[in-house]
Design a protein around this ligand. Structure first.
Ligand code: AMP
Length: 202
């Protein structure tokens, strides 16, 4: 099963992807997490990405497509994987299709987590406050102004990916305003109704 969790920043994609990984034994591929790890390790990719991410802009397509291309070859992706935060542009979506086609694979379903904008802004404020209380660093891009920028980038560059998958009949929507467990149940319901094109590599 290859699925994409799609939605604006702070919609809950990371939380739900972690649950899918645990329940189905598939890989969880978050380009945001991989880029933050690259920054922490001080790699070339990390150095290139840091300033861009701190501003709330998108890292160039070729960087994230390269990361995903390497990552899907790893063992934990053999049963399939959930993409969280990728693709974020139409170019990334077409590059992903090309990468998968080479392996005779394809995206099975794109699950859109719908949350209204006011709720997203509130969630990010809460996330930042919780981190402060725990004495953990606050993500620089969770600062309110930068977060608004990320929402703008989502609308301008990422939302246009939806018609691309709509044309392939792959979009399913879930109500992301509901409690976390309810969203998980909605996602599981979608998966039950989805026949994977192909579950395993090889
Ligand atoms: P996230 O953790 O998914 O919210 O991503 C944090 C930041 O990482 C984004 O605001 C972008 O700067 C960068 N990023 C993550 N995934 C991508 C992607 N697929 N394309 C471009 N930039 C990305």
């Amino acid at each position: 099963m290859i699925l994409i969790l799609f939605g604006p920043p702070a919609a809950g994609k990371g939380t739900q992807a972690a649950r899918l990984k645990a329940k189905h034994g598939i890989g969880h591929l978050s380009t945001g997490d991989m880029l933050r790890a690259a920054i922490a390790q001080g790699t070339e990719v990390g150095k290139r990405a840091k300033a861009i991410m701190d501003k709330g802009d998108l890292v160039p397509d070729e960087v994230v497509v390269g990361i995903i291309g390497d990552r899907i070859k790893q063992d934990d992706c053999k049963k399939g994987f959930v993409l969280d935060g990728f693709p974020r542009t139409v170019n990334q979506a077409t590059a992903l299709d090309a990468l998968l086609r080479e392996r005779n694979l394809g995206v099975d379903v794109v699950i859109v987590i719908e949350v209204d904008e006011a709720a997203l802004v509130k969630r990010v404020e809460t996330r930042a406050n919780e981190a402060r209380v725990k004495g953990e660093p606050v993500r620089p891009d969770d600062d309110p102004e930068t977060f608004k920028k990320r929402l703008g980038v989502y609308k301008a560059e990422t939302a246009p990916v939806l018609p691309y998958y709509e044309a392939q009949g792959k979009i399913k929507r879930v109500d992301g305003m509901k409690p976390i467990d309810n969203v998980t149940a909605q996602i599981e319901g979608v998966l039950k109704g989805t026949k994977p094109r192909k579950s395993w590599f090889g």
